[in-house]
Ligand binder design. Structure first.
Ligand SMILES: Nc1ncnc2c1ncn2[C@@H]1O[C@H](COP(=O)(O)OP(=O)(O)O)[C@@H](O)[C@H]1O
Ligand SMILES: [Mg+2]
Length: 345
């Protein structure tokens, strides 16, 4: 929850710790991105925080929750998916709540958790696969399911054709890959009434179908990307920016009603407070190195590096647990008691 506080208090929301893995070699897709993308539910949870269009999705654990969950996503027909299925295996279309209940129950008996998703019928068995390398789409294809099959996977007999994505689809694919932390990704999108509906972001997209459809050397594009970036291996930014005592990295949120809303970055005097604003996240827009003349808006998130005390002062105390900063002196009885319980060997 974003706190609403008075104008006199320094008033940024919660500080979010962003953990970055140390890495000394160039790796296009890191382990966290791969692990997240493999779990369909986890990846949709991550994408849903960034206003990426996706089919309405819910997670069901108990049989008793099935009806309520299906109603929440707009009723049958629904798609039931295993969390870690691939190539269309583990994706089932259920026409009615009764059938959905029976399928979910069967899968749960086999200890398989499932997600339930609204069926995007208007996509008519077609989807778009965008092949993202770095910050561009190097090829895109439409996959079309054959016969009465609704799954368009190539392994389920889906036919492929090269397509030119429009800006909305291209932007969505690139952003979805970036949010998942993947520099090489195959982003699958259904063509929904409200625009692109991301189904999944594949961290190991196959080359065969896309190269055949687009007649483009996608593998070559990956090699070129790696060659161009190998001189800038992944680094642990947090660790590098925290080597001086008292300095660190954090994300500050501008809550609704904050007196910073409408102020420029210069007026908020970040630099005077020994804080650098590295990136500003505004809805789905990312603004690197925001200018000092840029106004802040409610909901903005600012990735900052600088003096930890100053950044902490910008987070309202209401959102932090208070603890006395004093270090207590323990009397000898307490020390003896503690050591007698510990394993000293
Ligand atoms: N919500 C949905 N509505 C309509 N069709 C879907 C939906 N989800 C999946 N499909 C179809 O099923 C195929 C496989 O689903 P997907 O989630 O990509 O699983 P997999 O990892 O097995 O490829 C998709 O390519 C698409 O054709
Ligand atoms: Mg797929």
């Amino acid at each position: 929850m974003i706190p609403r506080i008075g104008a006199s208090v320094t008033d940024f929301g919660t500080a979010v710790v962003r953990q970055l893995e140390p890495m000394n070699v160039f790796v296009a897709n890191r382990s966290a991105g791969i692990a997240n993308s493999r779990d369909k539910f986890r990846s949709l949870q991550i994408l849903s925080r960034h206003s990426i269009g996706m089919p309405k999705t819910t997670f069901v654990r108990d049989r008793g929750d099935v009806t309520a969950s299906i109603n929440r996503i707009g009723g049958a027909p629904v798609i039931i998916k295993l969390l870690e299925g691939t190539q269309g295996v583990g994706v089932i279309l259920a026409d009615s709540i009764k059938i959905a209940e029976a399928i979910i129950e069967t899968l749960q008996t086999a200890k398989q958790n499932v997600l339930v998703q609204g069926f995007v019928g208007e996509s008519k068995g077609r989807d778009a696969r965008a092949f993202v390398v770095g910050d561009r789409v190097v090829g895109a294809m439409r996959r079309v399911a054959q016969g009465d099959e609704f799954r368009s996977n190539v392994h389920r007999g889906g036919q492929v054709e090269s397509i030119e994505l429009d800006d909305e689809y291209r932007e969505t694919a690139i952003r979805a890959a970036q949010i998942m932390g993947l520099r090489i990704a195959g982003v699958d999108m259904l063509e929904g009434k409200e625009g692109p509906q991301v189904m999944e972001v594949n961290s190991f997209p196959g080359l065969e179908g896309i190269e055949r459809a687009t007649r483009t050397d996608i593998a070559g594009a990956i090699v070129d990307y790696c060659a161009a970036h190998v001189d800038f291996p992944e680094m642990d930014i947090r660790q590098r920016l925290t080597v001086n005592r008292g300095y660190g990295v954090c994300e500050l949120v501008v809550p609704e009603g904050s007196h910073f809303v409408g102020m420029t970055i210069a007026e908020a005097a970040f630099t005077d407070k020994d804080i650098n604003v590295l990136t500003l996240y505004r809805g789905s827009t990312v603004i690197p190195n925001p200018k000092s003349t840029r106004n802040m808006e409610a909901g903005d998130r600012l990735l900052c590096s600088g003096k930890q005390e100053a950044m902490k002062a910008m987070v309202p105390t209401k959102t932090r647990k208070k603890r006395s900063p004093k270090i207590k002196t323990l009397d000898s009885a307490m020390i003896e008691d503690a050591t007698s319980h510990s394993d000293q060997s």
